[in-house]
Design a protein around this ligand. Structure first.
Ligand SMILES: Cc1cc2nc3c(=O)[nH]c(=O)nc-3n(C[C@H](O)[C@H](O)[C@H](O)COP(=O)(O)OP(=O)(O)OC[C@H]3O[C@@H](n4cnc5c(N)ncnc54)[C@H](O)[C@@H]3O)c2cc1C
Length: 417
């Protein structure tokens, strides 16, 4: 925070997760006066063969943004895995009875997409959350961004269109023009200004763990739409000399809870068996490397991403189903759009000018809606138990697989570029 500037132009980013760190850095690089407010828990040191259970599939658009921020080269190259191709498998079922005579025999739907089809270096990069955070923190330090290791507790404002005073848990008062809420899905900032959210739960829990696999993954991400929910296995760097994948299985909550409640030995056997069955043995035997962790899944969006003196980024503004692995990518897109919008505002407008903030909201409206519709639509399409829907979704996948121009569009669309 630059004390020579007026506090009316100061931006305080609340929340020190990845969306918050990236927002502060993007704003600082655009010469905005910015500080961070949030906890600063130490990160455990990186150890060979030990990987953070939380990993992200970073899209080409996000990777480009991280390059612009100077973060990409700070990531340890041997812990970043490029995804060269993606295979998606459907769930076979019989066609509707009256269509049997006219339609070809059903087969499990399958679509294969590869980076080269879209002219990309990779479809995505798998990166550990901890390593991304470490690189962002390093850059925040290099840019000398002030980090107030405290928690947001509330705000005061004396006029609707005026700077704010943030209150912290330790009773400090922080004057600023704009408060950026990067404080997660339960956003205390969003709650304190009464911005409503629409939320629907999926009756699904995201189960996460890393696994050793007997056969090489060949840099492929694989996804199965199984009767137990959507299973994704993402390629990871080898660990202990063996190929490794990271699992995200969004499973009906009752089934997920039953697995989570098992003792470690029973859980290991149960997961190995279920995974082998769901994957059809394509990666050979799968053995747990980490314990199973569960995350409740929801679709949520704030009614507005902005309010006078406030802008929301990341999960504070929106939550999507993780089947497309896009939650954090959306948050990084917000960080970039907010920094670009504020840096290009007219010289006579303040950082808290609602007209400027609405430009940011408009810039994010289309990508957010597209991602919400795509992830929620896919989830509901594959969640339907109806036989005709089941048949159509598998047949549809096989049709897509035979149309190279459509596959090129899908790869380019998913890149976010
Ligand atoms: C199972 C699963 C798999 C996923 N896989 C992917 C994937 O492959 N790719 C992808 O792009 N996304 C993925 N996501 C989504 C991704 O995890 C989130 O979108 C992302 O972590 C959100 O980051 P954030 O910084 O917005 O929020 P958070 O990570 O929740 O950070 C919020 C921060 O705010 C801080 N905070 C809270 N309260 C206060 C306060 N009062 N004052 C100050 N600070 C405060 C917290 O301490 C925290 O640091 C996945 C999600 C799930 C559940």
């Amino acid at each position: 925070m630059n004390s020579s500037r007026s506090s009316a132009s100061t931006i305080i980013v609340i929340g020190t997760g990845i969306a918050g760190l990236a927002s502060a850095l993007a704003l600082a690089r655009k010469d905005q006066d910015v500080a961070l407010l949030g906890p600063k828990a130490p990160l455990p040191p990186a150890r060979a063969d030990e990987f953070d259970p939380r990993v992200y599939a970073i899209s080409p658009a996000s990777q480009q943004f991280l390059v612009e921020l100077g973060i990409w080269d700070l990531l340890p190259a041997d812990r970043v895995m490029p995804v060269e191709a993606m295979e998606v498998f459907g769930d076979a079922a019989s066609p509707p009875a009256d269509a049997v005579r006219r339609m070809p025999a059903p087969s499990t739907g399958r679509v294969e997409l590869s980076a080269w089809q879209g002219g990309l270096a990779a479809m995505a990069w798998i990166v550990e959350s901890r390593e991304l955070e470490r690189a962002l923190r390093q850059a925040v330090q290099m840019f000398n961004i002030r980090w107030i290791a405290d928690r947001y507790a509330g705000l005061e404002r004396h006029a609707p269109d005026a700077p704010l005073m943030l209150r912290t848990a330790n009773h400090a008062g922080l004057p600023c023009g704009l408060a950026v809420g990067a404080d997660g899905a339960d956003s205390p900032l969003r709650e304190s200004i009464g911005l409503p959210v629409t939320r629907s739960t999926y009756d699904a829990t995201g189960l996460v763990m890393h696994l050793s696999v007997a056969l090489p993954h060949q840099g492929r991400a694989r996804q199965w739409f199984t009767p137990d929910g959507v299973l994704a296995l993402l390629p990871m760097p080898d660990a202990d000399g063996q190929p490794q994948v990271s699992m995200v299985w969004s499973m009906r909550t009752a089934k997920a809870d039953a697995l989570l409640a098992m003792d470690a030995a029973t859980q290991r056997v149960a997961m190995g068996e279920r995974l082998f069955e769901a994957t059809g043995g394509v990666l050979g035997a799968l053995t747990a490397r980490t314990s199973l962790v569960g995350f409740p899944l929801a679709l949520q969006s704030a009614s507005q991403m902005v309010a006078p003196g406030v802008a929301l980024v990341g999960d504070a503004a929106h939550l999507v189903h993780p089947l497309a692995g896009q939650g954090l990518n959306l948050g990084l897109g917000d960080a970039k759009a907010l920094a670009d919008t504020l840096a290009t505002r007219e010289a006579y407008r303040n950082v808290y000018d609602l007209r400027v903030l609405r430009r940011y909201q408009r810039a994010r409206a289309e990508p957010l809606l597209a991602m919400r519709l795509a992830t929620d639509g896919l989830y509901r399409l594959f969640d339907s138990p109806l036989a005709p829907v089941n048949w159509l979704r598998n047949a549809g996948m096989n049709v897509v697989d035979r149309l190279p121009p459509l596959k090129r569009l899908l790869v380019q669309g998913a890149s976010g570029l």
